[in-house]
Design a protein around this ligand. Structure first.
Ligand SMILES: Cc1ncc(COP(=O)(O)O)c(C=O)c1O
Length: 410
């Protein structure tokens, strides 16, 4: 069967033909596992899928006013914010992903600055070099200026460099908990102190770690305080569709108070309908994702997330040991996730090239050359052992190629 790429065919296809074609396009579940999908174990995936399908045809645009949608979104937010040492009136919004959560924070910061820092002409955000690319995108979209500051020798934000970058136009500081690609927490207590000293909004990007860190901490992993325990933290982004194991698209942006959440909303009234109230940037959106998040959070509870956190950390250790055992590769220490690794005497881009040919989707980092491994509880023995065997063979292929340089791409 061939599908016509040029345009919509005149006649539709039978459903079973469609399903066959879809199956043909699926990625290999074993090698494709590492494709940054952050799946929960099969039972968790099943709960998410069932809830998603049940509400897939409903419209999440109504979460600000129709009771059954409003209630589910508020219950999701209440469960999420409870993990981050909230204030009594801390709140949040459900979004489509880490990008939208970070954009929401940047937008609210700009609106907050109009009210609280009216003398500022060009609102400026100071963020370390390692803060996610969504801050560059978001500042571009919202007409904010982003100043990226150099990292310390330990690849964490250099707080002195951030302090030196503050100008009278600075309105906010950003830190990561942890950052992608290094998996390191910035010195967030010190950034909070700096923000307090200058009366700045502090945003913490916990997109990767938000739903893992509270449980990793409980298991004794030494992490710095990063959430609303820090007095300057006004907003946090945390992705349910990463280590929250909820089906995509699902993320949260959490606000220290409802008074700050006010800056998130834009309610047009200059239109025939008289008003247009939505929960955020999106209009129509899939209610399935919100119900699926509710279902997964309720299914797992704190004890379920704790159990999966233990499993993720154990897998990280196993993968790290496996990579260390491969001559030519070396894992790089990270506080949480991802697990980065580097090459010692082969060209990493060639290793990645061979892995790509074998069906893997790996993300690279140029500075320094690293590969970042996501880890989730669906990585079973077969998935892990196949990966390590392919990696060992790919190093041999790269070494035989004998190239001396190559460039990694994200
Ligand atoms: C630290 C961090 N922030 C933000 C994002 C963007 O998240 P998303 O891809 O869900 O939009 C990512 C994605 O990996 C991330 O690692």
């Amino acid at each position: 069967m061939t599908l016509v790429p040029e345009g919509l065919p005149e006649q539709g296809l039978a459903a079973d033909e469609i399903y066959r074609e879809l199956d043909r396009r699926r990625i290999d579940p074993i090698r494709g596992h590492w494709s940054h999908s952050f799946r929960g174990p099969p039972d968790v995936q099943e709960v998410g899928r069932t809830a998603f399908l049940r509400f897939m045809a409903d419209n999440g645009i109504f979460s600000v006013r129709v009771p059954y949608m409003q209630q589910v979104e508020q219950e999701v937010i209440a469960m999420c914010v409870s993990l981050f040492h909230p204030q009594p009136d801390s709140s949040g919004n459900f979004t489509s992903g880490g990008s939208e959560s970070n954009y929401s924070a940047l937008h609210a910061i700009r609106e907050w600055a109009k009210e609280h820092r009216p003398q500022v002409r060009r609102p400026t955000i100071v963020a370390p070099y390692s803060a996610h690319g969504t801050f560059t995108k978001g500042c571009h979209y919202f007409g904010l200026e982003l100043i990226r500051t150099p990292l310390g020798k330990d690849y964490r934000a250099d707080v002195a460099a951030m302090a030196a970058a503050i100008t009278p136009d600075t309105v906010a500081l950003v830190g990561s908990a942890p950052c992608w690609p290094y998996g390191l927490f910035d010195p967030l207590p010190a950034i909070s102190a700096l923000a307090t000293q200058h009366g700045l909004w502090m945003h913490v990007d916990a997109c990767v770690g938000g739903y893992l860190s509270p449980f990793a901490e409980q298991l004794g992993l030494p992490l710095p305080e990063w959430d609303f325990r820090l007095p300057a933290v006004q907003s946090i982004s945390a992705d349910l569709h990463k280590l929250g194991y909820c089906p995509k698209p699902a993320s949260t942006v959490l606000w220290r108070s409802r008074d700050l959440q006010r800056f998130h909303y834009v309610n047009p009234t200059d239109i025939p309908t008289g008003e247009y109230r939505t929960a955020g940037f999106a209009g129509s959106r899939n209610a399935g994702a919100i119900f699926a998040a509710w279902a997964v959070l309720r299914y797992l509870g704190r004890s379920g997330y704790l159990r999966l956190a233990r499993q993720v950390l154990a897998t990280k250790q196993r993968l790290s040991d496996g990579i260390r055992a491969i001559d030519g590769l070396e894992p790089v220490a990270s506080d949480l996730l991802p697990l980065p690794f580097r090459a010692t005497d082969v060209v990493l881009a060639d290793v990645v090239g061979e892995m790509t040919r074998r069906g893997y989707i790996l993300l690279g980092c140029k500075d320094p050359p690293l590969v970042d491994m996501p880890i989730d509880p669906a990585a079973d023995d077969t998935v892990i052992e196949t990966f390590l065997a392919d990696l060992r063979e790919s190093v041999a292929v790269a070494r035989a190629a004998g190239t001396t340089r190559g460039e990694l791409r994200y």
